[in-house]
Design a protein around this ligand. Structure first.
Ligand code: ARG
Length: 472
């Protein structure tokens, strides 16, 4: 019997796999599996990665000098086309990698087809995402520093401004507004550290892993890593194409930043509400109501609070995306990109807008803050501490002051408004100097230790925070 005739190939597939298939991909499947509508955002990283790969292949003798020259010339043209907006992206070519490779081949011929030697889209895409994300982390680091600087500036200006500190959203003890702002600066300082730490693990080179098992060509991965600014190469080829833990770490750090900003935003919503009136947000951060003429709604902080939800969602999406994938690469991983892109965009916008808000959009009503701190017996702890210094065991002092508070409450006055003789009814240890500790200034001024709210400590904490900022 004669050998069967080889089947005629289907229409050429973008990745060059048409030889294996007998019918073209269905239109809906094409749209379903294509990623170019969003992953074209990786184009610059893709070109940089391809150029480093081509230069390495030329250096090890896999490509000729002429091939490399053609590839460099073609990539320069493609860069220009993308920058000019004249590059034609096609869903028929599935993703950013195949779009660029096909255009390169159209521009320079066979050298374009040789570029993919010793590599796969699996190590290519992992490289692209890492390169791209590294750049975004660096930009976000600058934005984080700018917001921290704005918080420090405002904190310094309000090192003496007294406000109530809250627990359970009830007036607890007086603090300074500067101290309160520096709490957020401290959170964002840790967020900056987390991003820098994450960057170290992002900055490893997958290229050379090829599809999963490495390549039989002589490659120089260290050279590619150096050229692309990676600190090191990914050490295991399977892991290099399979894991996206670096992206998950980034999402986690981003979600935490959004959570910190959401808490701050929530406070701005409360503080700017007429009930509190601690601050007034500039009009450009607020909107009116279409029906209630008196309203000035704090839309920006509310959206910061709301957008934290979507970034947290992206973290969860990537965790779930990863959790049941057998090694190594699976197409599931294509779904990592939109959450990542949206996280970067949301975070960049949020940081920019919050920096503007803190730097120029918050008018503080120090009198309202002070008045609120005078209500709610905010200095009750100071009276108890005073009695302890005069010899009372703390629990007894606590009990005595609790009775004094109830007495003042019935009279409808603050502790500071009770005469010495009246206060003495609750403890014989009350002396003529007791009112010094019942004032707001006395209270905050006495918390004079590292980490405390005393104005002098707030000023030195602000100075230390400023010194810790990276160079602008
Ligand atoms: N667009 C793909 C992604 O984002 C590129 C890798 C495709 N590799 C493959 N074997 N289908 O992950």
């Amino acid at each position: 019997m004669p050998d069967p005739k080889p089947p005629a190939p289907a229409a050429p597939a973008p990745g060059g796999w048409s030889g294996r298939f007998s019918e073209p991909v269905a239109e809906r499947v094409k749209r379903y599996t294509a990623s170019v509508t969003f992953d074209r955002r990786l184009a610059e990283a893709d070109i940089a990665g391809s150029l480093a790969h081509a230069r390495m292949l030329a250096a090890t003798g896999v490509l000729t000098a002429q091939d490399l020259a053609d590839i460099e010339r073609g990539m320069a043209a493609i860069r220009a086309e993308i920058a000019a907006g004249t590059f034609t992206w096609s869903v028929d070519l599935e993703d950013v990698h195949l779009n660029i490779e096909r255009r390169l081949t159209a521009l320079v011929g066979d050298a374009g087809k040789r570029l993919h030697t010793a590599r796969s889209r699996n190590d290519q895409v992992a490289t692209d995402v890492r390169l791209w994300l590294r750049g975004e982390i660096d930009a976000l680091a600058g934005q984080l520093a700018a917001l921290r600087r704005a918080l420090i500036d405002l904190a310094e200006a309000h090192a003496d401004t007294i406000m109530p500190g809250f627990t359970h959203l009830q007036v607890a003890q007086p603090v300074t507004f500067g101290h309160h702002l520096l709490a957020y600066e401290a959170m964002l300082a840790r967020d900056s550290e987390r991003m820098a730490d994450c960057r170290r693990r992002v900055n490893r080179l997958p290229l050379g892993a090829a599809a999963l098992a490495g390549t039989s060509f002589p490659i120089d991965r260290e050279r590619v890593a150096r050229e692309l600014g990676f600190d090191d190469i990914a050490t295991n080829s399977l892991d290099a194409v399979a894991d996206r833990d670096f992206a998950i770490e980034f999402e986690a750090a981003a979600a935490l930043i959004m959570v910190h900003l959401s808490r701050f935003a929530e406070e701005l919503v409360l503080w700017s509400s007429p009930r509190f009136s601690f601050v007034r947000l500039a009009d450009r951060f607020c909107t009116g109501s279409s029906i209630m003429p008196q309203k000035r709604n704090p839309d920006v902080p509310e959206l910061v609070r709301g957008k934290s939800g979507r970034v947290i969602g992206h973290l969860v999406a990537l965790l779930v995306l990863m959790k049941a994938q057998p090694l190594t690469y699976n197409k599931d991983n294509q779904e990592d990109k939109e959450p990542l892109f949206d996280t970067v965009d949301t975070l960049a916008d949020t940081l920019a807008i919050m920096t503007d808000l803190v730097a120029t959009g918050i008018a503080v009503d120090a009198a309202r803050m002070r008045a609120a701190a005078s209500e709610g017996f905010a200095t009750a702890t100071d009276l108890a501490d005073y009695l302890v210094r005069r010899g009372a065991p703390f629990r007894d002092a606590h009990e005595a002051v609790a009775r004094a508070v109830r007495h003042a409450e019935v009279k409808g006055v603050d502790l500071a408004a009770l005469p010495v003789a009246e206060l003495r009814q609750f403890s014989p240890l009350v002396g003529d100097d007791v009112h010094a500790v019942l004032t707001l200034e006395g209270s905050v001024g006495s918390r004079d230790h590292p980490g405390g709210t005393a104005p002098a400590r707030v000023r030195s904490a602000a100075a230390a925070a400023r010194r810790a900022l990276p160079e602008p």
